[in-house]
Every structure is written in structure tokens, then in C-alpha cells.
Design a protein around this ligand. Structure first.
Ligand SMILES: [Zn+2]
Length: 453
């Protein structure tokens, strides 16, 4: 039996861990590489394992760095089942169709302006490929253990982090392999804390924030202060946000700030992301998974204008009155937020708040590092607005919270592999696990193939 690390093994995106029992091959997550160009190019190179030889895919959650390669896998001939929790199945539909649409748009634009190395430029996958991938989804509720193959079972445990997110337990030929997926926080606004897992022979643990602690400040108060100050000087607020997860947490935060009188009740709020609006409906449908009282979930969209059409979005960028705009993408790598950035970034009165993780190489990462200009649609845009990164809004456990989750294991796993982190974060968590817990632990290299005997 072996594990082949096909992604998220030296970086934070592209999660793909292949468990090969000799008779059955299970791919844990099927994510896209994102961020730096050399990483994104990995999406285009041939997978180290033939897609036809993979029997089953098990998704931890719907974020594209965990699910976004699935249509490409199906396009390459994968024809097995894909397991995901019911909420992940719903969110994956929204995310994968949108991702496919963006891939088609990129190819179309590359052909139009001739900036691709390939003629004609092809999308990584199409909407049709995404639909074929979605047809392979099988919902598996939390806590149910099912057989994938004689001697191989799978079970999900709630991981917080995102609606439907799960840690995965595989039992194969008497061994227990646990994969953390992405772990959430103790005090997330929307999601309950990750549930503990107690046993593993082999453990794969994420390390996005393996070298950092989230600031202890009251993030809601901080956001309220920043917004109030910006509005008082006559500015507007732009929050580039992930359409799924962070957008809903921010809407809840703004709702609570208005109710508490921390920000003016009459300030208009716009949700300029049709995908975020769709995802919000799924949060309402699966509200039993949230830590928020149902009556508050029902009021999530109160006072929020949903911006549907591209025309309405454009009209919003031309308006001059103070406003709060939530728009995707969360790392300002694409989407409608770019049009708002172009208009709002050059003015010192405005405030731009990045509430989520910013992967290296993204426009968001450059802006929070203090870039004085960013390139958008081929032109340089000066950044004179106040730019803030509110890490307290992250959906990821920090180093302390990761260690707390690990301490629930009743005895040390035979081996722990630290994945899903930038090299410094992964190595910092490896050191802590070794020194504080005394476990056998390592950080696998990209494409490492490790025997489990
Ligand atoms: Zn995630």
C-alpha cells in the first residue's frame, strides 16, 4: 500500500493525495493549483497517474483547491464514483460550473487577444466537462461508514471551515488513514469547531496557518471601527471575498454590526457576486450544519442588495455615494471585484479589506504586502486606498488550533504527513508536532510516493 502526493505537498493548493491499496485506488481531493504561474501550469501537465486507473475520489470539501480539478480528471477518463457530503455536493455544483465558465472565458479572451502560447487556446475544461463530473457525485452524510471496495471503507467527520467540510477516515486492510482536509476554527462566525478524530495509523494534516496565530483582537469590533472611520471620511468600502463561505460570514458580521449600531444602519451594502447569492441560499438550506440560530440565518440578506446583471454591476462601479461592496474573487485574481478595484483603489478615502487567506502571487497578496500599484486587465492601477488584511476572518485553524485538534488522537499515528501549507508553514507545524507531541512526522515533497509498510 502506498500514498502518492500529487498536489498540495509543497504548497497550499492543488490538493490530491492518492491512496493505493494494491487493489483499489482512492484519490483524496481533486483540487486545482492556484497562485503563482508555475503552480497554475501544473494544472496543464499530465497527472502522474492515469485518471483511468483511479477508482474513487473522496472530496473533503468544495473549495476549488480541493475539488476544482475534478472536471479535468473526468475529461481524462476517470469514470468512478466521487464521494462528498450532501452540502459539499451542493456547493460543488455552484463552484465547478463557475470555474468551468471562467476557464472557457479565459480561453476565449486568450484567442481574442492572441496571448496564449497555444493556438487555438483551449479551456482546461468546459461547462460540459463540469456537468459530467457533477454526475459522478455521491452524497455521503457525516458519520456514515460505507464500503468502497471489500476491505476499504470511508467515513466523514465535521471539520468546520466551510459548509459541508469534512475530515476523511479511510480504513484499508486493517489500517486507518485519516486526512484532515481543511480544519476550521474554534470561534468561526458561521461554522462549529472541527470535531475530534481519535485514531489513525497514518495521518495527513493541513498546515495553511502552521506557522501563525490569528490575532486575538475582536475581529468584529475591528471591522466595525475600520468601516465607520472610512464612511466618516466619505469613502466607500470594498471587500474582495470568496463567494462561498467568507461572503456569508461577512454578511452575518455586517448584520450584527448594524444591529449593534457599530456601523450606520442606512449604509447600503451590495453583494456583487451571483455565485455568492446562490451559495447563500445553500447556507440557508443546510443551516442545521451552522452554529448560527435559524432566525439570524433568515435575516442574512436583510439590507443587502444582490447585484445580478453585469450592467447593474457596472452601474454600481460608477456610483459615487458611500457604500459597502462585497464582490468575488476573494484574492482579486478575477471576477467582478476587479472592476470595483480599478475604480476604488486609486482614492485614499476608500477602504479595501481582504478578509481571507491570500495565496502568494495573487493580487490580494501583493496588495496586503503594500503594493502601490497593481496590474488589472493589462493596465497599472495606483493603490492609494487604505488596504487591510483581517486574518481574524479566516476560515482556517491557526497553529494553536491545529495542535489542539491533533491532541485528540489517543495514541500517536505511526506516521504523520504535513500537507497543504507553504514550505515555511508546513515545516513550522512539522517541528511543533515533533517537539510538542513527539510524533514521527514529515513534510512530503511534490510527487513523493511513500510505501506504508
Ligand atoms: Zn478550504
Amino acid at each position: 500500500m502506498h500514498i502518492h502526493f500529487l498536489g498540495a505537498a509543497d504548497t497550499v493548493t492543488g490538493s490530491k493525495h492518492l491512496v493505493d491499496t494494491g487493489s483499489h485506488r482512492i484519490l483524496l481531493d481533486c483540487g486545482l493549483f492556484q497562485g503563482y504561474k508555475n503552480l497554475r501550469e501544473r494544472n496543464w501537465s499530465r497527472l502522474a497517474v492515469s485518471a483511468r486507473h483511479i477508482d474513487t475520489v473522496v472530496l473533503s470539501h468544495a473549495h476549488l483547491d480541493h475539488s476544482g480539478y475534478l472536471p479535468a480528471l473526468v475529461k481524462q477518463g476517470f469514470h468512478g464514483r466521487v464521494f462528498a457530503t450532501p452540502a459539499t455536493c451542493d456547493l460543488a455544483e455552484v463552484l465547478l460550473l463557475d470555474s468551468a465558465h471562467l476557464q472557457e472565458e479565459d480561453a476565449r479572451r486568450a484567442n481574442l487577444y492572441g496571448y496564449s502560447k497555444h493556438t487555438p487556446a483551449e479551456p482546461l475544461y468546459t461547462v460540459e466537462d463540469a456537468r459530467r463530473a457533477l454526475n459522478r457525485l455521491h452524497p455521503l452524510p457525516f458519520g456514515e461508514e460505507i464500503e468502497l471496495h471489500p476491505e476499504v471503507t470511508v467515513k466523514y467527520t465535521p471539520a468546520g471551515h466551510l459548509l459541508g467540510a469534512a475530515a476523511v477516515t479511510l480504513r484499508c486492510q486493517g489500517r486507518t488513514i485519516v486526512y484532515s482536509g481543511d480544519l476550521g476554527r474554534h470561534n468561526d462566525l458561521l461554522m462549529p469547531p472541527p470535531e475530534p478524530v481519535h485514531e489513525a495509523d497514518v495521518l495527513l494534516v493541513e498546515s495553511t496557518y502552521g506557522n501563525r496565530l490569528h490575532p486575538a483582537d475582536d475581529v468584529l469590533k475591528l471591522l466595525g471601527d475600520l468601516i465607520r472611520t472610512c464612511l466618516q471620511r466619505g469613502g466607500s468600502v470594498l471587500m474582495p471575498t470568496f463567494a462561498v463561505g467568507r461572503a456569508q460570514a461577512l454578511m452575518l458580521a455586517l448584520h450584527r454590526l448594524k444591529r449593534a449600531g457599530e456601523i450606520p444602519a442606512q449604509v447600503p451594502i451590495f453583494l456583487d457576486s451571483p455565485m455568492a447569492a446562490e451559495a447563500t441560499q445553500l447556507y440557508e438550506r443546510h443551516q442545521a450544519l451552522l452554529r448560527v440560530p435559524p432566525e439570524e440565518v433568515a435575516h442574512l440578506c436583510d439590507g443587502v442588495t444582490l447585484v445580478d446583471s453585469p450592467q447593474a454591476s457596472e452601474a454600481l462601479t460608477r456610483s459615487h455615494y458611500p457604500r459597502i461592496v462585497l464582490s468575488a474573487s476573494g484574492m482579486a485574481t478575477g471576477g467582478r471585484v476587479l472592476h470595483h478595484l480599478k475604480v476604488m483603489a486609486p482614492h485614499p478615502k476608500n477602504l479595501i479589506v481582504f478578509p481571507g487567506f491570500q495565496v502568494g502571487g495573487s493580487r490580494g497578496a501583493k496588495m496586503i504586502a503594500g503594493a502601490t500599484e497593481v496590474k488589472i486587465h493589462g493596465e497599472y492601477v495606483p493603490v492609494k486606498a487604505e488596504v487591510r488584511h483581517l486574518e481574524g476572518f479566516s476560515g482556517h485553524a491557526d497553529a494553536g488550533e491545529l495542535m489542539d485538534w491533533l491532541r485528540h488522537f489517543r495514541k500517536p499515528p505511526r506516521h504523520t504527513y504535513v500537507v497543504h501549507g507553504e514550505p515555511e508553514a508546513a515545516d513550522a507545524l512539522r517541528t511543533r508536532i515533533k517537539e510538542d507531541l513527539g510524533w514521527r512526522v514529515s513534510v512530503p515533497d511534490h510527487l513523493a510516493r511513500i510505501e506504508l509498510d
